[in-house]
Ligand binder design. Structure first.
Ligand code: V47
Ligand code: SF4
Length: 367
């Protein structure tokens, strides 16, 4: 796309057309623009170059072994005190039973994340992986964020590298991208004051990648941050990706304020949601996929995001609890057929994938 030389985004559009890397100044110009249709068109140009009209999704199930967490992030509505009503802490066999309970044909991934339980041992986390792997040997275990791995290393009294090695032996296949929030300390100290720092999150991710595992990355937006914090966060992810190449996918997570310390905030606007999707596609030139996580963006916004930079929808996501606790209304899960129709409704072509983005041919009956 070529813009009039006087247009504030003319330089950005020229770089996008030439496939050149955008600078911090370009990122700030995008982040401060309100011309979201233009940003979406630029991001769609990049996404089409990378993926044609393909939109990826998988058939997956979320498993949250416990909501008991000793961190107490201000942004979180999910975590609970061990004695509180509504606290849960499932045994490995209960995790297996949950997964069996609403099994759908063609599930290829369990997304396993939860709280940092003050009384669980490292062995409990390993046993959860082992039990799931034994019961479902063909299902990929995408488990434990950088926050959990850092915590597990501490309770196991092992190095992060040795902790990752033990998790891999127990069945870990890759890691989800949660816990990144906003790296910049000005914001992090307000929304996740007791969580590991941005530098520590990045360092654990570096070690995960060096071990040979892939992971995802995220950014939580729409709370107390400013546009410059988005740019800072995305450029830190881009720098690490230059170093390791280990991120498969970036997921912009739309903040849900209900039941958090920020319950008085409205949450992100439609314009912010679409802008962050476009900005991430434009800045993260070295991360292959941008996910429109429909559970947090909302279904309508996620569909629009597919024409504004995103090429992935996550998956069928049976039994999601993090967003639900914070007032999410996107629903309990979509069937594979619903997702395919949703993608076709945006004029794009669904591609069912496994966790590592290998295409899977057929949509199974009943999925
Ligand atoms: O780490 C917590 C965020 C994350 C709230 O890697 C909140 O494929 C919004 O990371 N409002 C968990 N967000 C979800 C996550 C994720 C989801 C889907 C796919 C993948 C992937 C990763 O949710 C947490 C935190 O950053 N979160 N509280 C809230 N109130
Ligand atoms: Fe615990 Fe994660 Fe919630 Fe923070 S966001 S309180 S680490 S479950």
């Amino acid at each position: 796309m070529i813009l009039n030389p006087g247009h504030p985004l003319a330089g950005v559009a020229a770089k996008v057309a030439a496939g050149e890397r955008l600078s911090e100044t370009d990122g700030l110009a995008i982040a401060h623009s309100h011309d979201v249709p233009l940003l979406a068109a630029l991001a769609h140009e990049v996404r089409a170059r990378l993926h044609g009209d393909r939109v990826y999704y998988n058939v997956n199930r979320h498993i949250n072994p416990t909501n008991v967490c000793c961190v107490g992030c201000e942004l979180c509505a999910y975590s609970s005190d061990p004695r509180a009503e509504g606290a849960w802490a499932y045994s490995p066999q209960e995790c297996v039973a949950l997964a069996r309970g609403d099994w759908t044909p063609g599930v290829t991934e369990f997304h396993v994340v939860g709280g940092l339980h003050p009384h669980w041992k490292f062995e409990t986390y390993l046993d959860i992986l082992r039990a799931l792997r034994q019961a479902f040997p063909d299902v990929h275990l995408k488990a434990f964020t950088m926050v959990e791995i850092d915590f597990l290393a501490k309770i196991a009294k092992l190095s992060v590298e040795d902790t990752i090695a033990r998790l891999r032996e127990a069945g870990l296949g890759s890691c989800p991208g949660g816990g990144a929030e906003i790296f910049h300390p000005e914001v992090r100290r307000r929304i996740a004051s007791r969580k590991l720092s941005g530098e520590q999150w990045l360092d654990v991710a570096r070690k995960v990648h060096r071990s040979g595992l892939k992971s995802n990355c995220t950014m939580l937006f729409g709370h107390v941050e400013e546009p410059r914090h988005w740019v800072d966060h995305l450029l830190k992810l881009r720098a690490l990706q230059d170093e390791t190449g280990g991120f498969q996918c970036f997921i912009p997570l739309a903040f849900h304020p209900a039941n958090t310390a920020f319950a008085d905030l409205p949450g992100p606007t439609l314009i912010q949601k679409l802008k962050v999707v476009a900005l991430s596609r434009l800045l993260l030139d070295n991360i292959a996929h941008v996910k429109a996580y429909w559970v947090m963006l909302g279904r309508d916004v996620a569909q629009l995001a597919l024409r504004g930079g995103a090429d992935d929808l996550d998956g069928t996501v049976t039994d999601e609890r993090v967003t639900l606790a914070a007032g999410g209304t996107a629903g309990p899960g979509m069937t594979a057929r619903e997702i395919e129709e949703f993608i076709r409704g945006a004029g794009l072509a669904p591609v069912r994938r496994d966790t590592l983005y290998n295409p899977i041919a057929a949509t199974p009956a009943g999925a």
